[in-house]
Design a protein around this ligand. Structure first.
Ligand code: AMP
Length: 204
């Protein structure tokens, strides 16, 4: 089963994925994480996409598809979850060419709440846990004790650009998948446990 996680930045896609790992086996294709790994590796490709990512712009389709296809080659599970992909009609067309999208889980969250979450977000450098400044004022991961950091693209300016891009390019995908009858909408303003329970109902 191929599942797409759709939602504005800050809607909790990463948290859903981290929490879901404790309950079921699945392969994850998280395009943002794959691209960040490429940038961190310092490869020529990483250097090419770094600027786009720091500016909150979408990375070009060939790079994205190459990251997605390489990751899919290593996926052994029957369930594949795409996080942060597709983000445009062009990407959705490209995804349709390589696999059938069975379910799309749309984490619906108001922009104002998403902005607040992103600007308070802290990411664990070791286990990937996502925390926030209120829960972890000491900048220490409550799960593994490693250092928490602010993502370099979680700035007011970049967040605004990413939101503009979301509403112009990604948001229209909701209609595309709704008309296919594969869209499941979830209220992402609920607690992480409640959102997880709703997501699991859709997947099972
Ligand atoms: P994310 O971790 O999903 O918030 O993505 C961080 C950044 O990675 C985005 O602002 C884009 O620059 C890039 N990115 C992530 N997913 C995609 C995608 N599907 N297409 C193009 N660029 C992407």
């Amino acid at each position: 089963m191929n599942i797409v996680l759709l939602g504005i930045q800050g809607s909790g896609k990463g948290t859903v994925v981290n929490n879901l790992k404790k309950h079921m086996d699945f392969a994850l294709v998280s395009v943002g994480s794959l691209l960040r790994e490429e940038v961190a590796s310092g490869s020529p490709l990483g250097r090419q996409i770094k600027e786009k990512m720091e500016n909150g712009e979408l990375v070009e389709l060939p790079y994205v598809m190459s990251a997605v296809k390489n990751k899919l080659k290593t996926c052994a599970s029957d369930i594949v979850i795409f996080d942060g992909f597709p983000r445009s009609d062009e990407q959705a067309d490209a995804l349709d060419e390589i696999c059938k999208v069975d379910k799309v889980i749309y984490l619906n969250l108001k922009k104002e709440i998403a902005i607040d979450r992103i600007l308070n977000r802290l990411n664990c450098t070791k286990c990937g846990h996502i925390s926030d400044r209120k829960t972890s004022p000491d900048m220490i991961c409550p799960k593994c004790g490693a250092k928490l950091v602010v993502r370099s693209d979680d700035t007011v300016e970049t967040v605004n650009k990413r939101f503009e891009q979301y509403y112009s390019e990604t948001y229209p995908l909701i209609e595309r998948y709704k008309s296919r009858g594969v869209l499941y909408e979830i209220d992402a303003s609920k607690t992480p446990d409640e959102v997880l329970a709703d997501v699991m109902k859709v997947i099972k």
